[in-house]
Write a protein that binds this ligand. Sequence first.
Ligand code: PRT
Ligand code: ZN
Length: 297
Amino acid sequence: MSQRLKIAIQKSGRLTEKSLELLERCGLEFTRSKDELFCFGQNMPVDLLLVRDDDIPEFLREGICDLGLVGDNVAEENRLKAQAKGQPYPLERVRGLGYGRCRLSIAVKRDFDYQSIEQLAGRHIATSYPYLLQDFLDRNGVRAGIAYLSGSVEIAPRLGTAEAICDLVSSGATLAANNLKEAEVIYRSEAALYQRALEDQPEKQALLQRLLVRLDAVLKVAESKYVMLHAPKAQLDAICRILPAAEAPTILPLGGKEDTVAVHTLCRETVLWEHLEQLQAAGASAILVLPVEKMLG
Ligand code: PRT
Ligand code: ZN
């Protein structure tokens, strides 16, 4: 029987929708129902396991699955834990996936006059990430107490169980709502593709390579936008310099307008509202930003 590649993704949480979407954009189709633990790959020998995100590194280590889409924060915490226990950690980060971005930060009460990490010496920090936190404290030569909490870390200072916390932050709204402020960013994270060692399984390895070609194409397209605009000829250079990671632009004449041209180009980095504002300020008009569906070469 030919071998099937097993990919673990989060069953239900912040990464679930984006992970499924990404795999679908790679052309994978599954017979799926969200409350099932297993999704069968219909058009390629690639199946899905829907699990808690914290279990993904362990599933990879034990060979229950071959690939996992998981936050770097979870993978790195597990790597440090294995390292501290002298256990092997045969996982490899294959690609960053660009979603699930967050940072692991130390936060203190808003009225704490925070200046430097030394101020945390001898204090208690509540966290769900004891190994990443310990690693950061060690690298900075600070000795502090770590209080492990599996959730609701942000309420620890209010309960008086810790003076500081170390938790994931994305918008910062949770910290603000709990009267806390960010003091140190100790780790930056995004969802990433991890694999276990597959050297002894050439069939699975070949499948992974096929998947990676598609994944790279999908990731490349994700940020790319096709931009069209009208530019006064005199401002053409200035306008082209604003376009992020732009290819050589196509410049077209505009019927009935001597001093204006149309500019078409592919931007390979995210086009932000700030870019559009700058383009407009430089004299561009009729600015269109179009998504790119597929791209080869
Ligand atoms: O049930 P399961 O164990 O699978 O899910 P979970 O509850 O452990 O994880 P989940 O779904 O909350 O997060 C999954 C992954 O998403 C994390 O491991 C991170 O890699 C990533 N991620 C990105 C985040 C956040 N952003 C995030 N903001 N994970 C959690 N948060 C939490 C944070 O802990 C805090 O409570 O959101 C709050 C802060 O958000 P802001 O926007 O208020 O700053
Ligand atoms: Zn979790």
